[in-house]
Design a protein around this ligand. Structure first.
Ligand SMILES: [Zn+2]
Length: 64
């Protein structure tokens, strides 16, 4: 049996700076310079916290 490392650590391979913005219709979204953003086809509006968490998850991910 082999052991695979589930965690990939790539320090400073990519920097993400997602920003949480408020939509004119209400609700919040986040977007990043790399093109990442919260799902466009979201029917339910995100709360600020949901958008913030989404941005945090994105900022923790590494761009391909
Ligand atoms: Zn990004």
């Amino acid at each position: 049996m082999t052991t695979t490392t589930g965690r990939r650590v790539h320090p400073d391979l990519a920097h993400h700076h997602p920003r949480v913005t408020r939509l004119p219709h209400g609700g919040w979204t986040w977007g990043c310079d790399c093109g990442g953003a919260s799902a466009r086809s979201v029917v339910a509006r995100l709360t600020w916290h949901q958008a913030y968490v989404g941005a945090l998850i994105h900022s923790a991910s590494i761009a391909p």
